[in-house]
Design a protein around this ligand. Structure first.
Ligand code: UD1
Length: 371
C-alpha cells in the first residue's frame, strides 16, 4: 500500500470548522495520512484553542505561531515557515504528496504559494467563490489560491462557473457541497443541549445575533459609528447579542466608540466558542453579520440573515437561502428587521449537497487519486 501524506493547513477561526470534518472523513482511508499544521494566524484562546476542543479535532502536529501583522508581514511569515515545514516532510518520514487548504484567509493563500513553488499539488476546499470585489483581502486570497490549485472542491454551483470562466479544466472541478455545514449538522444537537441561552438570559426566538469584523465595516470610524447607531436603534425592537471580534474591539477602542455599544437592547460580549455560538445562532430570530461563513450557516439553519455587505461571494445564500444584502444602509436594515418580526421575511431553502457529507465526498476523491 502506498501511503499518501497530506499537509493540511489551518490558521484562522473559520478554517477550523472546515478542516475538522475532513480529518474525520480521512480517517476511513488508511493510505491517506493527514498532518495538521496550524500557522497560528489566530492565537487567542477564544479564536483558536476553544475550537479544537469544541470540534473534537486533534491538536496540530505542527504549530508555526506566526501571529498578527500587516498583510505583507503576516503572509511572508506564513510563506517562510510553511515552506520550511513542507521541505522537511511529514514527521513519520517521506514527503508530502499534497497540500490541503480551506477557505480564503491569509494562511490559505500563503501555504498554497509555499507548496506550489516546491512542486506539491494543492487541493482547495471552498474553491471558486468570487465577490468580484478586489478590495477584500479574501478575494485576492481566493483568486491566487485557485489559480495555483489543481484540485478544486466547490461548495455551490456559482463556484464552478467562476472556475470555468477562469480557464480551469473540468477534470479539476468537483461540486462536493459545504464542509462547514458538515460540522454544523454534526454538532447542532450538542450545541442546543448546552445552557448557553439561559446563561445569557435569552429565550429561543427572542433575540438576534450580530457579528461584524470586515475591514470595510470596522476600519473607518465614519462607517463603524453609524453602523452601531443603526444596530442600537434596531435593538429597540429586538434584543441583539454582539460577540465582538478582537479586530473590531481594537477599532472600537481606538475610535472611542465603546460607549456607543451600550443602551437599548444591544448586548456586547467576548467572542464565543463554536458550540456556544451555534447554540445562539440556531435559536435566534435573526442574524446580522458581515461574515461569509455565517451567511452559509444561517441558510442551513433557516434563520433570516441580514448581511451587512454590498456583495457576496456566496450568491446561493441570497438566491436560495435566507440572506439579504443590506450593505450599510440603515433604513434597509430596519425594513428587513421589521419584516422578520412581522413574519413576512422570505423562508429560504438549504442548497443541494449541504447535507453533512461534503467531507466524505472529498476524502473519496483524494483516495481515488491515490489508487
Ligand atoms: C481573518 C481573515 C478573515 C476571517 C477572519 C475570521 C484574513 C485576511 N482574514 O480576519 O477572512 O473572516 O479571520 O475571524 O486572513 N487578533 C487578535 N487575536 C488573534 C488574532 C487576531 O487579537 O488571535 C487581532 C489582531 O489585532 C490582528 C487583528 O485581530 O491584527 C486581525 O487579525 P488577522 O488575522 O489579520 O485577520 P482577521 O480580521 O482576524
Amino acid at each position: 500500500m502506498t501511503i499518501r501524506n497530506l499537509a493540511c493547513v489551518v490558521g484562522a477561526r473559520p478554517n477550523f470548522m472546515k478542516m475538522a470534518p475532513l480529518l474525520r472523513a480521512l480517517a476511513a482511508y488508511p493510505r491517506l495520512r493527514p498532518v495538521l499544521i496550524h500557522t497560528g494566524q489566530h492565537y487567542d484562546e477564544n479564536l483558536s484553542d476553544v475550537f479544537f476542543e469544541d470540534l473534537g479535532m486533534k491538536r496540530p502536529e505542527i504549530c508555526l505561531e506566526v501571529g498578527s501583522g500587516k498583510h505583507g508581514e503576516q503572509t511572508a511569515r506564513i510563506l517562510e515557515r510553511v515552506e520550511a515545514v513542507l521541505e522537511q516532510g511529514p514527521p513519520g518520514g517521506g514527503r508530502y504528496d499534497r497540500l490541503i487548504v480551506v477557505g480564503d484567509v491569509n494562511s490559505t493563500m500563503a501555504a498554497a504559494l509555499a507548496a506550489t513553488k516546491l512542486g506539491i499539488p494543492i487541493a482547495h476546499v471552498e474553491a471558486g467563490l468570487r465577490s468580484f470585489d478586489r478590495t477584500m483581502p479574501e478575494e485576492i486570497n481566493r483568486i491566487v489560491t485557485d489559480a495555483i490549485s489543481d484540485l478544486l472542491l466547490v461548495s455551490e454551483p456559482a463556484g464552478l462557473e467562476n472556475l470555468r470562466r477562469e480557464g480551469h479544466p473540468e477534470s479539476q472541478l468537483h461540486l462536493v457541497g459545504n464542509v462547514m455545514i458538515d460540522t454544523l449538522l454534526h454538532l447542532l444537537p450538542k450545541a442546543q443541549a448546552r445552557d448557553t441561552l439561559a446563561r445569557h438570559g435569552l429565550r429561543p426566538g427572542d433575540y438576534g445575533v450580530v457579528t461584524l469584523h470586515r475591514p470595510s465595516n470596522v476600519d473607518r470610524p465614519e462607517v463603524l459609528g453609524p453602523l452601531l447607531d443603526v444596530l442600537r436603534e434596531a435593538s429597540d425592537d429586538l434584543r441583539l447579542v454582539f460577540p465582538i471580534h478582537p479586530r473590531t474591539r481594537q477599532r472600537l477602542q481606538r475610535f472611542g466608540l465603546m460607549d456607543r455599544l451600550h443602551g437599548n437592547g444591544l448586548a456586547p460580549m467576548a467572542p464565543l466558542g463554536y458550540l456556544d455560538f451555534l447554540a445562539l445562532t440556531s435559536q435566534a430570530r435573526l442574524i446580522v453579520t458581515d461574515s461569509g461563513g455565517l451567511q452559509e450557516e444561517s441558510t442551513a439553519l433557516g434563520v433570516p440573515c441580514l448581511t451587512m455587505r454590498a456583495n457576496t461571494e456566496r450568491p446561493i445564500t441570497v438566491e436560495l437561502g435566507t440572506s439579504t444584502l443590506i450593505g450599510n444602509d440603515a433604513e434597509a436594515l430596519q425594513t428587513r428587521l421589521r419584516e422578520v418580526l412581522a413574519g413576512t421575511y422570505k423562508r429560504g431553502e438549504r442548497p443541494a449537497l449541504w447535507d453533512g457529507r461534503a467531507a466524505e465526498r472529498i476524502a473519496a476523491i483524494l483516495d481515488r487519486e491515490a489508487a
